[in-house]
Design a protein around this ligand. Sequence first.
Ligand code: M6R
Length: 610
Amino acid sequence: MCGIVGYIGSKNCIPVILEGLKRLEYRGYDSAGIGFIQNGSCNVIKNKGKVSLLEKKIYESSYSPTIGLGHTRWATHGEPNEINAHPHYNTDRSLVLIHNGIIENYQTLKISLQKQGYKFVSQTDTEVLAHLIDSFLKKGINLFKSVRLALAEVDGTYGLAILYDKEPEKLVVARKGSPLVIGIGEGENYVASDVSALIAHTSRVVYIEDGEVAEVYSDRFVAKTILDEDIVKEVHQVTMTLEEIDRGGYETFMLKEIMEQPESVLNSMRGRLIYEDGTAKLGGIDHLLDRISKTKRFIITACGTSWHAGLVGEYMFEQFLRIPTEVEYASEFRYRNPIIQPDDTILFISQSGETADSLAALREAKRKGALVLGICNVVGSSIARESEAGVYIHAGPEIGVASTKAFTSQLVVLALITLVLARKRDMSLVDGRSIVNEFLKIPEKIKRILELNRDIEKVAENFKDSKNFLYLGRGYNFPVALEGALKLKEISYIHAEGYPAAEMKHGPIALVDENMPVVFIAPKDSTYEKIISNVEEIKARKGKIIAIASEQDEHIGNLADYVIKIPDTIRMLMPILTVIPLQLLAYHIAMKKGLNVDQPRNLAKSVTVE
Ligand code: M6R
């Protein structure tokens, strides 16, 4: 959710922090702020809205501090205005603090602090932390210890960074439930909620774990647990490059990421397919294959787009493995005391690897003794690290808030897992090889679909003023209908619903009239005849029909108002293709409405609060 960045060293920290905040803006953009120490005292500059506004405000001043921190906010407690923007001060303004997460017992703490005379200026839960830490500092306790003592009283989640003008040679950071990394430089160090904010400066990072607090100096850092135990931290080398997180000439990150899919999908398969054996090799789960292939039940747990990928995974696992598979919203799974057996395998799918509900569900599953596997994009993320084993999707950094290339890469990895396990169970070599061949053709087929970009843009032109949309699909393409509707909702703010096509008759058809666009995902597969009947039903009620159809379909053009024809593949892999026109359709509708597709309102890329 919120983005955190900090610097300590010998150069002016303001450009470093502003640049880091711009890279983190996808995590939240309700307000932005920077705090620093100069001439022995703390200062804060902040505003409602984007980092670009903050930048203007800062460059009207003449500060050049060498220690500071910055924050870009996705509001939870308190409306997105300047007062609630981070950083927050303590009362005498000797301390500034930024926070990502939610302090659940902030009301109780606030009342107790008010009784001690503390005055609050914001509506945030975060301000409580500034005063709580202050209450320990006032007793003559140093900052590092005061933070640990304060956090011992806190329920909830936090990634925190703090400055204190009486100890101006350090930043203190802490983590519980919200990601934090330290970037190691030469005579300078960085902190951030996300590696992408640091890689312009260093590729050496230290991941702070839950329950850990660190003092970061310009030339070293010291980490402890909240309970004051010493810990030794490992320095990791990250491979992400700056080019990967730039727009690369595209107008938006979202378009860049849609267009990257031939490459990102290829990267998800690269080095993994083995044609001779009609299978794949997935290093991350290789050692567990015997156990996984004998699992009695799969549970796939995720949120949002990753949950939609999980639904496609259910079709794959049940078709090829004949193992019962359930797909759960992580937010429901974590709280409803799920029945988990020792021979269940639970897969957690998450692009960011930091989604709070998915991470909490993973911990709950581990507590109950299940085999827990992660399918993540962000290397070294919490879900990736806390899973027993897993498979990276290798889609590359995804910055656009609307997930696109991560979805197609998640589908590739789920299909690879299916292939590996099916070959271990009862799939023949011949069938395995023909699936490998289909995999290999996918990147080229995606390229052909992307060539339809202009045609899809023309279709979009007709729908930018629509108020509602229906997306209908069957079988493997039912989750694609959900994903198409989600894409449209989140970036164009048009109300859209995804349904299994046959379910439409049980209610949603009442919505259909000449103003209702209905997107059918209708490739020529075993459900084709059925879905054509559904198309007829919509046509009879004058709905506007947009069909995603197979190249060789000569019939559907007689029924649909607009047809987008795409290449075919086997059913299991078809969602990787059918979703792409839907991503482009949503994209162009939103752009024609003049909206910011990379930073849609109210959203954040990675939801690290409940
Ligand atoms: O990082 P995750 O895959 O765990 O994120 C899950 C959802 O928050 C995410 O897919 C969200 O729904 C996207 N904005 C969809 O485009």
